[in-house]
Every structure is written in structure tokens, then in C-alpha cells.
Write a protein that binds this ligand. Structure first.
Ligand SMILES: NC(=O)c1ccc[n+]([C@@H]2O[C@H](COP(=O)([O-])OP(=O)(O)OC[C@H]3O[C@@H](n4cnc5c(N)ncnc54)[C@H](O)[C@@H]3O)[C@@H](O)[C@H]2O)c1
Length: 154
């Protein structure tokens, strides 16, 4: 049997936290590694790091209050820790951060990894309009799939 796929989520906002609940519950099957890493952009809430709050209270009290994350969803503040060894990278940051995120990740992601983007919108850059999936594919050299849904849910 193939080794279990390691999933990392890049982003922990409203949609990132909601999808983390779903991915966390699916990662209990043998096809996936049980631990799901979720990269958390550095933020402090009442003097505490959001990543520490998530790992102790298993809840993203800023972006998805009132809904528990499974304990196998582990918040990581360092991008390198989130991307290292990942087979599936789930991109779920606001679109204005996608280019810099990909630049920061370059060089550490396996070429065999696959990306899944949950981002909405089309990027407008110097070369004109571009799909977010194309930005990730071109910058990181990995295959990318796209999931679409609503765009204003809290
Ligand atoms: N919320 C929805 O209903 C929904 C549905 C479908 C798709 N989407 C898409 O998912 C993506 C994420 O949406 P969301 O609602 O989770 O966003 P959000 O506004 O709730 O999340 C903001 C996230 O961005 C992070 N962040 C802040 N500054 C940053 C920086 N400089 N670099 C990197 N990250 C930074 C924050 O820590 C937080 O994790 C967007 O592209 C959105 O269009 C959202």
C-alpha cells in the first residue's frame, strides 16, 4: 500500500479554518497521514500567539469562533515546517498574498507534491490577468487542482 499522504493547509482564515475541520476529519482514513499541518500567519490575540491558541484550545478564536478543530490539525507558525514533506498543499490565503507565499515556499516543496487552491479571484499583474492556479503552477512547478465555492461566508 502507498504511504499515507501528508496534507498541509496554507492559510487559517474563515475558509482555511472551515476546510481544516473537514480535512482533519478525513485524515483519519488510512490514505492520509493523521497529522494535518496548518500554517498560521503570525498574529497575536490578547497577547497570545494565534498558533498557540489553536494548539491548546483547538479552536481558531479569531476566524472561526465556536467551532472546534480536530486535535490532529496542528497549527504551525513557520512556513518551512508546514511545507516540508507535504504531499498535498491546500492553498487558502487571500489572493493578494499568493505570489509572496509561493516565493517564500520555493525550493522546499517536493516536485511530486500536488497543490489544491481554494482561492477566489483572478490576479491582475504586469502580464495581464492570470488564474491563481497558474501562478502557483508556474512559481512552484507542481500540479494544481482547483476547488470553488462561496466567497463571503464568515
Ligand atoms: N470565506 C469564504 O467563504 C470563502 C469561500 C471560498 C473561497 N474563499 C477564498 O479563500 C481564500 C481565503 O479566504 P478566507 O475567507 O479564509 O480569508 P480571511 O480573510 O478569513 O483570512 C485571512 C488570512 O490571511 C492571513 N494573512 C494575513 N496577512 C497575511 C500575509 N501578509 N500573508 C499571508 N497570509 C496573511 C491571516 O492570518 C488569515 O489566515 C480567499 O482567496 C477567498 O477568496 C473564501
Amino acid at each position: 500500500m502507498a504511504s499515507p499522504l501528508r496534507v498541509s493547509i496554507l492559510g487559517c482564515g474563515n475558509w482555511g479554518s472551515a476546510i481544516a475541520r473537514i480535512i482533519g476529519s478525513h485524515a483519519t482514513s488510512l490514505r492520509f497521514a493523521n497529522t494535518v499541518k496548518m500554517w498560521v500567519y503570525k498574529e497575536n490575540i490578547n497577547g497570545r500567539k494565534l498558533s498557540d491558541i489553536i494548539n491548546t484550545e483547538h479552536e481558531n478564536i479569531k476566524y472561526l469562533p465556536g467551532y472546534k478543530l480536530r486535535e490532529n490539525v496542528v497549527a504551525v507558525p513557520k512556513l518551512r515546517d508546514a511545507e516540508e514533506g507535504a504531499d498535498l498543499l491546500v492553498f487558502v490565503v487571500p489572493h493578494q498574498f499568493i505570489r509572496s507565499l509561493c516565493d517564500d515556499m520555493k525550493g522546499c516543496v517536493s516536485p511530486k507534491a500536488r497543490g489544491i487552491t481554494l482561492l477566489k479571484g483572478i490576479d491582475e499583474g504586469p502580464g495581464g490577468l492570470k488564474l491563481v492556479s497558474d501562478i502557483i503552477r508556474e512559481k512552484m512547478g507542481i500540479d494544481v487542482s482547483v476547488v470553488m465555492g462561496s466567497n463571503i461566508a464568515n
